[in-house]
Design a protein around this ligand. Sequence first.
Ligand SMILES: [Mg+2]
Length: 116
Amino acid sequence: MTADPYRTALAGTCARAIRDHCAFTIDTFGPGERLAGTLAHLREELAEVEAAPHDLEEWVDLILLAINGATRHGHGPDAIMEGIADKVAKNMRRTWPDWRSVSEGAPIKHVRGSHD
Ligand SMILES: [Mg+2]
């Protein structure tokens, strides 16, 4: 079986960044699941993205909080990277509606019934 270069690249650089981020958050914010606090922080960061959608740092805040939440609920860096790659592959197999048929403010959801 040939290694998937997409997965290999993700597994290396990104998993290292996740490990560094996890070590930082445990040292700085302590242990524990912190679900309510993490979700409250995500809501605040969503508002910051709405106010400044072209600011990359605001999008990164969302990504880091999501990673922090996943790691605090038992998912390590390698599992997160596998999860991302698996979900991208799953989304690519799914059937999607014509994006022109969905209004700008509505989510574009896959067609139910296959690859759910
Ligand atoms: Mg922010």
